[in-house]
Write a protein that binds this ligand. Structure first.
Ligand SMILES: Nc1ncnc2c1ncn2[C@@H]1O[C@H](COP(=O)(O)OP(=O)(O)O)[C@@H](O)[C@H]1O
Ligand SMILES: [Mg+2]
Length: 256
């Protein structure tokens, strides 16, 4: 069985500025990969490419679809790509206002994703949505509130429910806990860790926080100036970094 995701030689420039260059990795089903590196190292560029929000200059992203067939992300038609990203894949963004529909109720935010998979029965959609709100610790009596009225931590939990309700096989996460209070971060990370294990999700998580990588990921890649400088099992990379740059990163000499 081939990998769930095969990323080969992805490169992206913004004009003459390098976003990322020659990034390659495989991701197996159920595997959590952390992408770490200081600000400007190309982490978000890589994730935007994986979400097909950017077109690469070079390289490809191959993924195994629900039927077990390997597909080329950038060769999909627009409609097919949108459906994939709304159902089989998820994307949890750093800025919840970009990952949620802020004028739609919490229940609607979750129900909308279900409808993208063909659900039509209002009562069932609503009860599944309420069930998922409960799983991310949002009380049922907030179902009809819009996320505008939610705290930062609640918004992130709502994004998680919205993304996971369709049982995606791959979830992309861009700094899902940064910008939250430390105590809120810890609770959110706990929740994410539990759901990832329970659902057997494959995850690519971008973070500048090595503690997040340590807690959630099996493997990690370290980026610097758009390139991968080190890759390996998370504990191995963090406990015994091979590259001087990773050693600096681990010893917190570099500002995130
Ligand atoms: N829209 C853009 N236009 C021009 N340059 C960009 C754009 N987005 C990112 N970059 C540049 O690409 C490089 C990588 O940025 P980014 O992927 O955002 O890094 P990170 O997420 O690791 O902070 C940086 O030099 C950044 O300035
Ligand atoms: Mg970024």
């Amino acid at each position: 069985m081939s990998a769930l995701l095969r990323v080969e030689g992805l490169s992206k420039h913004y004009g003459r500025r390098l976003g990322c260059a020659d990034v390659s990795f495989d991701l197996e089903a159920g595997e959590v990969l952390a992408v770490v590196g200081e600000s400007g190292s190309g982490k978000s560029t890589l994730l935007s490419l994986l979400a097909a929000e950017l077109q690469p200059d070079r390289g490809q992203v191959l993924f195994r679809d629900a039927n077990g067939e390997e597909r080329d992300l950038f060769a999909l038609g627009e409609a097919e790509r949108r459906l994939l990203l709304r159902t089989e894949w998820g994307f949890i963004r750093q800025d919840a206002t970009q990952g949620l529909r802020m004028s739609v109720s919490a229940g609607g935010n979750v129900g909308e994703r279900l409808m993208a998979t063909g659900a039509r029965h209002y009562g069932k959609i609503r009860s599944t949505a309420i069930d998922w709100l409960g799983r991310v610790e949002i009380d049922a009596d907030r179902t009809d509130d819009t996320p505008r009225a939610f705290s930062g931590g609640m918004r992130q939990r709502l994004q998680i429910a919205r993304n996971l309700v369709t049982h995606p096989r791959l979830v992309l996460m861009d700094e899902p806990t940064s910008g939250l209070d430390v105590s809120v971060q810890a609770r959110l990370l706990d929740l994410v860790r539990g759901l990832v294990a329970e659902l057997g999700l494959a995850v690519v998580i971008v973070t500048h926080d090595l503690a997040v990588a340590r807690l959630l990921s099996h493997r990690m890649i370290v980026m610097k100036e758009g390139r991968v400088v080190e890759t390996g099992l998370t504990d191995q990379v963090l406990d015994d970094p091979a590259e001087p740059y990773t050693q600096l990163l681990v010893s917190s000499v570099l500002a995130a």
